[in-house]
Write a protein that binds this ligand. Structure first.
Ligand code: FES
Length: 138
């Protein structure tokens, strides 16, 4: 696995590790911003501000594995993927329309402190199709 060259300062709060990803002023109301946490495509998160609160969701849409959730349209508590319209709850990450697909977006803990945005250290899993069968025997 490639070594990450994405460095964020970290801080432990009540024994849990958080990463400080940007100043609060960089997350605008009704907009999303994407953050990378490593070299793998999957290691990215979309952070939104909706009704003043921050929300952090996986940035890869499970429909066609495109990294555009951050650029989605925010409406009535949902984010709509700009590619084909799959619609996810901002509060849970669930797909609004189960006929579109059952897969939702993973949600991450995010908050602001002293004018900075903190996110729980994300744990990413590679999709099964990306794991080489050869690597299991090493
Ligand atoms: S890639 Fe998001 S709806 Fe198709």
């Amino acid at each position: 696995m490639p070594v990450s060259n994405f460095k964020y300062k970290s801080e432990y709060i009540d024994g849990k590790k958080y990463l400080i990803i940007c100043p609060s002023s960089e997350i605008y109301e009704g907009k999303g911003k994407k953050f990378h946490f490593g070299d793998e495509f999957e290691m990215q998160i979309a952070v939104f501000r909706y009704k003043g609160k921050l929300i952090a969701l996986e940035n890869i849409c499970p429909h066609r594995h495109i990294d555009k959730i951050y650029d989605g349209i925010i409406k009535d508590g949902y984010v709509i993927c700009p590619e084909h319209g799959w619609t996810y709850s901002l509060s849970t990450g669930e797909n609004k329309y189960q006929k579109q697909g059952r897969k939702g977006l993973k949600k991450f803990e995010v908050f602001e402190k002293n004018g900075l945005v903190y996110i729980e250290e994300p744990k990413f899993e590679l999709p099964k199709w990306k794991i080489s069968p050869m690597s299991e025997n090493l």
